[in-house]
Design a binder for this molecule. Structure first.
Ligand SMILES: [Zn+2]
Length: 297
């Protein structure tokens, strides 16, 4: 009986130590990163996006996160995931499928270190999901590091797959990347009625994802990030105007300040270190990004 009692006490102590150590290391158990390709900060005030605005009020944000140059897709998604600029990771154009100059460093994945591989190496058994609309996403993240990948061919499909996956697997780290409003921006134009209509639809998809996190009962232990690679002007992007270069960065959820405007300078490559900060990961020396620590309570 005494042995059994001692065993029970030890077990309780041990599990408390584990819980405490884990809690001290991680700011939240789950991170969901949502990207809207071509979503410029210029559009936020005018856009009918009630969910995004609710997240801005209940969380922290900046509308002044800058793209790296050129203000194009692959180079910016790579910088967002890889914690460094094109001079270091080597993806330099809108559609780079491999580094255009040698990456300064390669990991065992044969790729410049990104947040995905970094997280996987520290958490071999965690559920990691990567759902994307543009197949370009297959080149600047460590695909073998993912538990689940899904190439959804429409934004509706991407949203549906994300909802189903969240409810079924309760991922620890999930990326959901829509290829809009970039298409509308190119075909009809930025800052047009069609562009705002698309933003309103994307806001609805965001609502569905948040509801799924609640249904999966992980919402209270989740940090949600909503951001973009670049904005746009007229029917394009890639240039040096602020309409093309400034994108929103919204972070909300467990342990995040409410209604806080991030005044610190933020670059595209500061996103990965901010996620590393949430998960308590040591960042590679080759990264130059900084975590947005002031957004945390
Ligand atoms: Zn893009």
């Amino acid at each position: 009986m005494t042995t059994r009692l001692i065993y029970c006490i030890l077990l309780i102590c041990f599990s408390n130590i584990c819980t405490t150590a884990y809690a001290a290391k991680c700011k939240a158990k789950h991170v969901v990163l949502i990207g809207f390709d071509g979503w410029g900060s210029y559009s936020v005030e005018q856009a009918e996006m009630p969910i995004v605005k609710e997240l801005m009020e209940s969380g922290s944000y900046t509308l002044r996160k800058r793209s790296v140059l050129p203000s194009s897709s692959a180079v910016n998604w790579a910088s967002m995931f890889m914690g460094a600029g094109p001079e270091l990771h080597g993806f330099t154009t809108w559609g780079s499928k491999s580094p255009d100059l040698p990456s300064r460093e390669l990991t065992h994945y044969g790729l410049f270190p990104s947040i995905w591989g970094l997280f996987r190496d520290a958490n071999p058994k965690a559920e990691v999901g990567y759902i994307y609309q543009w197949d370009g996403f297959e080149y600047f993240a460590e695909m073998p590091a993912m538990s689940y990948t899904c190439h959804g061919k429409s934004d509706t499909l991407v949203a549906q797959k994300a909802v189903d996956y969240i409810i079924e697997k309760k991922p620890v780290f999930l990326g959901v990347f829509f290829d809009e409003p970039d298409h509308v921006g190119h075909q009809i134009g930025h800052d047009t009625e069609a562009y705002y209509k698309k933003m309103n639809q994307l806001d609805g998809f965001l609502a569905g994802i948040i509801n799924a996190l609640k249904e999966a009962k992980i919402w209270d232990d989740t940090i949600l990030i909503v951001t973009s690679d670049h904005g746009g002007i007229e029917k394009g992007h890639g240039g040096k105007t602020m309409a093309e270069m400034e994108t929103p960065f919204i972070i909300a959820g467990k342990g995040i300040k409410k209604g806080y405007v991030i005044e610190d300078s933020m670059m595209q490559f500061d996103v990965a270190p901010t996620i590393a900060h949430i998960f308590g990961l040591k960042t590679p020396q080759v990264w130059i990004g900084r975590p947005m620590k002031n957004a945390f309570k």
